[in-house]
Design a protein around this ligand. Sequence first.
Ligand code: VIB
Length: 228
Amino acid sequence: MNFSEQLRKENDDLFQMIFAHPFVQGVGKGDISKEALAHYIKADYEYLNAFMQIYGIALSKSQDREDIAYFFDQIKFVLHDEIHPHRNFCEHIGVEYEALQGHSLPPTADHYIKHMMYHAQMGSSGEIIGALLPCPWTYLEIGKKLVEQYQPDESHPFYDWITFYTGEEIEHTTNELRTRLDRFAKQSSLEEQEKMKEAFRKSCQLELKFWEMAYTCEEWPSAEKGNR
Ligand SMILES: Cc1ncc(C[n+]2csc(CCO)c2C)c(N)n1
């Protein structure tokens, strides 16, 4: 079993909790509240901006020209293509995409971005990839799971969202990151591999918490909102 297969196995508990989460199941059923969808897009728009910046840091730490090309392509992909699933959600709730941009991050999204930034700034290339990989990998498997469970057709309200994440590009992104993680793991000490594992698990945990954040419309405590 290679390193990424081992990580997938060790974190299967979190993958299963993600598949069963009511927001994810709501995407499959085509039934999620407007508030939860808007909360998700507001946070995810900022999350994607941070994700591109982190790819930029990974690019700047790359020695290999193919790795540079890969991170460059992924920045373009997130910039130009990841907006499609967002637009699907926006159209469903009848809200302009632009109205959901530029909002401050709720606690969990803030935590997730800072967790990735930490590994990007402080860690090795392997550690950065450990922190980034759960993002495409969990979405790829969510998409596949929802297709298997609900067999959505074009009349499904979230057909575009689901088929985007089962698409070749996401599979390619996941496989390319896995190949790189496996390569870096082979060159790393056991201590370094432990750091890669920790970064990966925490990102899986934060993926799960991100769904919960959207589902519960999580906010920072403040006297104004009466939730001190
Ligand atoms: C919280 C959160 N996690 C994962 C994704 C999915 N995603 C984000 S960037 C990217 C491509 C990576 O090259 C993918 C698949 C998301 N939208 N929001």
